[in-house]
Design a protein around this ligand. Structure first.
Ligand code: NAP
Ligand code: GCO
Length: 264
């Protein structure tokens, strides 16, 4: 059975993998044997992140690339082909969120979120698929969200993007499954990272943030997830163990989507 989960001789590109979920997924794929590549928007962040990987005993390859800039993406993918032999596994992790009531959100803010969280994933996937077809295999893992299924106040752009990402996942499956390319998604629940830090800050009086209490009441596991909770699901979707899984959104949410919420 172990041979199904090994990523030896595979190259995994994890976008935006400097910390949080991306770093945890990259670390897991490295532990399973993959060669890790990642991209960030500045050389300073790439250099700092290379040190992070080095400190964890991982030889990673960093590239300066904004996922919304197709020319940079195409150049990075060509570089990885020359330097590492091409992308076998793409994890579309890079993303942002803006929490603004919809009627107060500018069109620019809405467009920026959709550009990074949805169009960027299109650009990245479009760039890696041709070589995956040539190779005869490929894995694309999009990072969706609870907001791929649920709405909530102030996150209209993010929910629209993550809902769209769910359908982009299914459409890549539909269009490229015949080339032995599997495109699936991981839908994390509420995970303790810098992105959700504002929702977990202690109140001035030292009591928990109301949203922290709310999420714990909506999660059967009664806790926030941690990035490491995504390690196993990521290795599964990146490996031969999932070769007949395609177009699937694997929710790693501690049971949120199955639960009405703790009774008062
Ligand atoms: P995070 O801490 O905000 O990290 C996001 C990463 O993406 C950062 O490294 C960021 O780099 C990078 N990035 C942003 N825009 C980019 C761009 N245009 N090009 C390249 N890199 C870019 O987020 P996280 O909490 O780890 O979440 C990672 C992914 O999981 C996101 O897609 C998020 O939507 C999703 N997610 C998070 C949760 C959660 O509860 N945390 C739950 C479900 C889904 P910079 O340092 O330059 O900003
Ligand atoms: C929010 C949170 C969520 C999480 C995640 C949940 O403001 O509601 O940031 O959107 O990031 O996407 O799955």
């Amino acid at each position: 059975m172990k041979h199904l989960f090994t990523l030896e001789n595979k190259v995994a590109l994890v976008t935006g993998a400097s910390h949080g979920i991306g770093l945890a997924i990259a670390e897991a794929l490295a532990e399973a044997g993959a060669t890790i590549a990642f991209n960030l928007r500045t050389q300073e962040k790439v250099d700092r992140t290379l040190k992070t990987y080095q400190d964890r005993g991982i030889v990673a390859h960093g590239y300066v690339c904004d996922v919304t800039h197709e020319n940079e993406v195409q150049h990075m993918v060509a570089q990885i082909a020359d330097e590492l032999g091409g992308v076998d596994i793409l994890v579309n992790n890079a993303g942002i969120i803006k929490r603004i009531p919809m009627t107060e959100m500018s069109v620019e803010d809405f467009r920026q979120v959709v550009d990074i969280d949805l169009t960027g994933q299109f650009i990245m996937s479009k760039a890696v698929i041709p070589a995956m077809i040539q190779k005869g295999h490929g894995k694309i893992i999009n990072i969706c969200s609870m907001m791929s299924e649920l709405g909530r106040e102030t996150v209209s752009a993010y929910a629209a993007a993550k809902g769209g990402l769910k359908m982009l996942t299914r459409n890549i499956c539909a269009e490229y499954g015949k080339y032995n390319i599997q495109c699936n998604a991981i839908g994390p629940g509420y995970i303790a990272t810098s992105q959700t830090a504002p929702l977990r800050e202690l109140q001035p009086d030292g009591t928990p943030h109301p949203f922290d209490t709310f999420i714990r009441s909506k999660t059967p596991a009664e806790r926030w997830g941690v990035p490491e909770d995504l390690a196993g699901p990521a290795v599964f979707l990146a490996s031969d163990a999932s070769n007949f899984v395609n177009g699937h959104i694997l929710y790693v949410d501690g049971g949120i989507l199955a639960y009405i919420g703790k009774q008062p």
